[in-house]
Design a protein around this ligand. Structure first.
Ligand code: S3P
Length: 425
């Protein structure tokens, strides 16, 4: 297992080229695989999570050819029973979205994952898919999932927790179900599935928090190459790093600016950063543009429960930014406990190991960054978002740091370490 050794930074400056967005990449790959004919996807996420989705699709008989780095041609065709279990590896999006589609196929399939994914709750998708008529056996609501798919019936589902993965699993199943399928979200979550469906000739109706698809729809291949915009969650790391270290400035172009993904920018502003965002295009229904973040005087803030769905994946890097001289209180974020790790316990434990005053709460955490972090040795416990968070703390710390179990950063951002070394002065 690789450890990341970092020294305090004088500043973080540059214009990093971040990978294509992970969430959008999964959706483009899955929807292409449904459409008979060829769809080309450019700037597909280079991370291991999307590679897991591609591997599962290949095992289902879909042809996927790499045309150039991060460019694939996907030829969809009727899926065939996979010869062995489909391995979603560390990827919750792969397992949950694919389960929605496999529930509609007339064969048995098994979805497995790594140790982390095998601990994560799958009842949240098993329940609605079962009501629709699928048969899914699990290990007490956890993977492996054995799915006996078949004809489904549409339903109206109100998930108890805001989750784009649950919403998407139900909507994808609904495309092939009888009648209409409606998801009524408890709070707005990322809407990449809704934005992607029309690119593949499929319709979806959005009315506030209510999203509806008709059953019996047929996917058609994307008529032109689809270009995935840059991943805002990866970009958030550099934004938080720039906000953390005096004298810093980062500028990121070609970034996905979907309003449901950039809640982190408002928090960084409240923490004192100077931020400019400019949208310059709409690609595949997703707003795309440039973000510039400049270090600014430190301020304290809170993140309230209503903000959480719009920045759930960015909470670790926001905590890390706060750890450099600010106070931050986060509540209503209990979902963090069922991510790639228990991100409340693992984050607070790692921050403390780096000399940060941090306190765990059942539904969040409190960071008191007034005392400068010493640096030290933190365990990322195989969670990519924690590698990024601890790296930011290390850059702002007084002494050197080591981050253990850091290989997992490749789940979403394989070039993270080289980009980091280029940005740091
Ligand atoms: C994702 C949705 C979120 C997010 C995850 C990716 C998606 O998960 O945390 O990293 O691509 O739909 P939940 O749906 O579980 O909130």
């Amino acid at each position: 297992m690789h450890s990341l050794n970092l020294s305090p930074a004088r500043a973080v400056r540059g214009t990093p080229e971040i990978p294509g967005d992970k969430s959008i990449s999964h959706r483009y790959a899955l929807l292409s695989a449904l459409a008979p004919g060829e769809s080309v996807i450019e700037r597909l996420s280079s991370g291991a999570d999307v590679a897991a989705t591609l591997a599962c699709l290949r095992a289902l008989g879909v042809t996927i050819v790499a045309k150039a780095p991060n460019v694939v041609a996907v030829t969809g065709r009727p899926w065939t029973p996979p010869p062995e279990a489909l391995d979603a590896a560390n990827s919750g999006t792969t397992m949950r979205l694919l389960a929605g589609l496999l529930a509609t196929r007339p064969f048995r399939s098994t979805l497995t994952g790594d140790a982390s994914l095998s601990q994560r709750p799958m009842g949240r998708i098993i329940d609605p898919l079962t009501v629709m008529g699928a048969h899914i056996a699990s290990r007490g609501g956890r993977a492996p999932l054995v799915i006996d798919g078949g004809p489904l019936q549409g339903l109206e589902w109100a998930p108890p927790v805001p989750s784009a993965q649950v919403k998407s699993a139900v909507l994808l199943a609904g495309l092939y179900a009888a009648g209409t399928t409606t998801v009524l979200e408890p709070a707005a979550t990322r809407d990449h599935t809704e934005r992607a469906l029309p690119l593949f000739g499929m319709a979806c109706e959005v009315d506030g928090l209510r999203v509806r698809v008709a059953g019996g729809q047929r996917a058609t291949p994307a008529s032109a190459p689809l270009r995935v915009p840059g991943d805002p969650s990866g970009a958030a790391t550099w934004a938080a790093a720039a906000a953390a270290v005096p004298g810093s400035r980062v500028c990121i172009r070609g970034l996905a600016l979907n309003p449901r993904r950039i809640g982190f920018l408002r928090v960084l502003q409240r923490l004192g950063a100077d931020i400019a965002v400019e949208q310059d295009s709409l690609e595949g229904g997703e707003p795309v543009g440039t973000m510039t973040v400049v270090y600014g005087d430190r301020q304290d803030t809170c993140i309230t429960p209503d903000e959480v769905p719009g920045l759930i994946d960015e909470l670790p890097v926001l905590a890390a930014c706060a750890a450099t001289g600010r106070c931050l209180e986060v509540s209503g974020a209990q979902e963090l406990r069922v991510k790639e790790s228990d991100r409340i316990t693992a984050l607070v434990t790692g921050l403390r190991a780096l000399g940060v005053d941090a306190e765990e709460r059942p539904d969040g955490f409190v960071i008191d960054g007034r005392r400068r972090a010493s640096g030290g040795r933190a365990d990322a416990v195989g969670d990519h978002r924690l590698v990024m968070a601890f790296a930011i703390v290390a850059l702002g710390a007084a002494g050197p740091s080591q981050i253990d179990n850091a290989d997992c950063v490749a789940v979403s951002y394989p070039t993270f370490e080289s980009d980091l070394r280029q940005l740091v002065t």
